[in-house]
Design a protein around this ligand. Structure first.
Ligand SMILES: [Zn+2]
Ligand SMILES: [Zn+2]
Length: 373
């Protein structure tokens, strides 16, 4: 079996047995087994799922990171290696990322004697649920590491294409819940109550004015109300309506401004309608910020490798690689995977031909990063 065939084989096996965040037990077992068979050194990891391997020797350590979890999506592709777990699918391509970093680990093992230090390869659980990076850090996976690199496949780019950017890349992810409490009444006698549904409707519209009328139009911001629930019959005005949604931004100041405006609008409307609106914020990962030096370095190595490189667009999605970059420098990059259907789509079908080139890229990137001061 050639190197490329090996990577495809591993990816297909991972793809057939996807596991949700923090349930990646079989995936962990497979990755450990493959790494051990290739002679890689596994580090003890005090987490139920996830793997950390290391190659080389010396003080200096560079890290590579793959994520290993899948999504609660029912696959609808007709590939022969489609998910055998109903309702669970590698629809974000973390099977691809895992296979790429397995490949990089093998390549680095081959040249272990020539490495100017150690390369630590992280197979991180729970990226989709946004807790995995934090767990890996708490378990010591970053100890002694001077820079870290990771990738996401990019379905909108062809195989052979590479993109990254300096500064903000992926978004701050916030979730909000709004609970409107009015006063229930007979639907035919609305003046005796305070209509929570009418107020919730005004609230949805008013929130949309934040992006268009409060935030500088040159900044990125998305505010989406994604769930609204209230009432249980046709002739009663309900007392409660619940709303939920997400806020995506890149700049901390914009994030703070929008959150403040949501709170102000909720308080103002509640007062105007003689009702109550409780706002709860749940903070997700912060924006992924690539330090310029390492983003430039990652792109230069990609150029040398023969990738067609370009400046990446800002992403409105979240990526918990951001958590590593809050601790140490490094870079996150996009590698073209050319899928007609995008990430998190049940028909997502990335082109496996990216695997070998990407594995060679990350092996080389780590090797060269060890030589940087
Ligand atoms: Zn995802
Ligand atoms: Zn992903």
């Amino acid at each position: 079996m050639s190197f490329a065939e090996q990577l495809i084989d591993w990816r297909r096996e991972l793809h057939q047995y996807p596991e949700l965040s923090l349930q990646e037990f079989e995936t962990t077992r497979r990755v450990r087994h493959w790494l051990e068979n290739a002679g890689l050194r596994l580090l003890p990891l005090s987490l139920p799922t996830g793997v950390v391997a290391e190659v080389g020797r010396g003080e200096k350590i560079i890290a590579l990171r793959a994520d290993i979890d899948a999504l609660p999506i029912h696959e609808v592709t007709d590939v022969p290696f489609a998910s055998r777990h109903p309702g669970v699918m590698h629809a974000c391509g973390h099977d691809i990322h895992t296979s790429v970093m397995l490949g990089a680990a093998l390549l680095l093992k081959e040249k272990e004697q020539h490495l100017a230090g150690r390369v630590r390869i992280l197979f991180q659980p729970a990226e989709e649920s946004f807790g995995g990076a934090q767990r890996m850090i708490q378990a010591g996976a970053l100890d002694g590491v001077s820079a870290i690199f990771g990738m996401h496949n990019e379905p909108g780019l062809p195989v052979g294409a590479f993109a990254t950017r300096s500064g903000a890349f992926y978004a701050n992810v916030d979730r909000f819940a709004l609970k409107v409490t009015g006063k229930g009444a007979h639907a035919a006698r609305p003046h005796e109550g305070s209509d929570a549904i009418l107020l919730a409707s005004q609230l949805v519209v008013a929130l949309q004015s934040i992006a268009s009328r409060n935030v500088n139009t040159l900044e990125s911001v998305v505010l989406s109300v994604t769930r609204i629930q209230g009432g249980n019959t046709w002739n009663v005005l309900p007392e409660h309506v619940e709303l939920e949604g997400t806020l995506r931004t890149h700049q901390p100041a914009v994030r703070d401004q929008v959150k403040r405006r949501v709170n102000e609008i909720a308080a103002g409307l509640a007062q105007a309608f003689a009702a109550d609106i409780a706002v709860t914020w749940y903070e997700g990962p912060s924006a992924l910020i690539n330090p310029a030096r390492w983003a430039t370095f990652a792109r230069e190595v990609a150029d040398e490798q023969g990738y067609r490189t370009e400046e990446a667009d800002l992403h409105m999605g979240g990526e918990d690689f951001a958590v590593y970059l809050q601790q140490i420098p490094g870079a996150f990059v996009s590698i073209g995977s050319d899928s007609q259907y995008g990430l998190h789509h049940p028909a997502f079908d990335p082109d496996e031909n990216l695997l070998e080139e990407a594995a060679r890229y990350f092996a080389r990137l780590a090797e060269k990063a060890l030589l940087q001061s």
